[in-house]
Every structure is written in structure tokens, then in C-alpha cells.
Design a protein around this ligand. Sequence first.
Ligand SMILES: Cc1cc2nc3c(=O)[nH]c(=O)nc-3n(C[C@H](O)[C@H](O)[C@H](O)COP(=O)(O)O)c2cc1C
Length: 238
Amino acid sequence: MFLKTQTPMKSVYMRVPYNHFNTNYSQMKVIAINGSPNKGGNTFHALQMVGNELIASGIDFEILHIGHKMIHGCTACNKCAANKDEKCVIKTDDLNEWIQQIKQADGIILGSPVHYSGIAGTMKSFLDRLFYVSGANGNFFRHKVGAAVTSVRRTGGSVTFDSLNHYLNYSEMIIATSNYWNVIHGAGAGEVLGDAEGMQIMRVLGKNMAWLLKMKEATTHSIEPPQIEKKEKTNFIR
Ligand SMILES: Cc1cc2nc3c(=O)[nH]c(=O)nc-3n(C[C@H](O)[C@H](O)[C@H](O)COP(=O)(O)O)c2cc1C
């Protein structure tokens, strides 16, 4: 562990003994979105595996199940950008409540089953509106710790994992990783419990995510985060 110390002339790094670590973390929380229509299906199990490691590290963990709801897609009205009230103008679902719930969390996990080699439809509608509202309102997921997981019977896992990561990347989130793509294999509910490698991927992800959260918390007062930049939009034609 190295801490940066400032002097008028130069900055130097010095080694800090282990007992310097601040272990008095404020209670942190991770919210995991289950984008599967199945409440106790494979995506749920994958999220729970990650969550078990977070809980073991003293971090609160909650699964928000949205994959069985009727959730409208983004209509591209851009009212969230005009109104700047952290809300989507579509009122036929509970998205605005979920936005505030997710905003309170220190970490966010996006979980989706693979449907036709992509994010499940309801989850895609949810994510488009959630992240569009965030982006239009000062990017309030910026620097939260994020991760994506997907469950799949056979193929389409990595493309779905990549697609989920787009939301995290765009939002300048700090992405937790594992020792492979965060994909677990199974068809019927619970079959993923037979995928030893997939389960390890989820365990390692949970441990790494807990560590990242604690590192971020421990440096809140010692390392200043970069200022947000105003977004350049060139659209490739101008
Ligand atoms: C509409 C639909 C599309 C699917 N498409 C794929 C696919 O493209 N590739 C695949 O391997 N499995 C596919 N599956 C299977 C699921 O990805 C797999 O059973 C997954 O583990 C389900 O997760 P869940 O229990 O959380 O819903 C599909 C399932 C459904 C219902």
C-alpha cells in the first residue's frame, strides 16, 4: 500500500504499514438487478453467489427483481434531459422509484439471462431508461462500483455480458472483474449450481467487488476523484 504525500516541491510515495488501514468502513450496500422473468432462476442464483461474498465481507446486499414486470422501453423523448428531475416521464411502471433506490447503493450489479444472444427484453427496456435518466441528470452512477453477470444455456453469454458492460462503461463506473467473463451456464432454474467454473467466476467477482468497494471507501478522504468533464458529442458527421 502506498500513500501519496504532497510537499511544495514534489510528491512522493511512501509505504504505509498494514495497521494504518482504516477498517471502520461506513455500512455499504450493493443492489443487484435481476432482469430475468424467473424470480428464482439461474440469474438469481448467479447474483446470489456474488452476493454471498459481499455479505461475507460485511457489505449489505439486495436483489431487485424487475424482469417479470411490464416495463416500457425508452421513447427517446429526451424529457429527462429537459426536466432534470431524475425522472422518466413514463409513469406506467415503477422506474422512478427504482432509480432512487439504486441511486442510494454503493455498488450495482446488472444481471440478465441470455435471450436470443442478447439482454432479455424487459431488462433492456429497464436499463435504457435507467441509464438515460442518470446520464441526463449529472451521471449519478458515476464512480459507483459496478458489475455485470449473465446466465445462459449454451451460447450468447459473452455478447450479453459485453452489452451489459456498455451501461457501466458509459456511466464512468468502476467495474469489478473476475477470472473470466461473468457468464454461468444452465438451462432450467438452478442448473447453474452444477457449473463449477461459473460458480467460481461469481465467487471471485464478489470478492473483487467487495475489495474495490472497500478501497474506494478507504480513500474517500485521501484521494480526490477526477472532475467530471462536459461531454463532447461529435456524432461522426460534424
Ligand atoms: C426467450 C428466450 C431466449 C433464449 N435465448 C437463448 C440463447 O440465445 N442462447 C442460449 O444459450 N440460451 C438461451 N435461452 C436460455 C436461457 O438463457 C437460460 O435458460 C438461462 O439460464 C435462463 O436464466 P433464468 O433462469 O434466470 O431466466 C433463452 C431462453 C428464453 C426464455
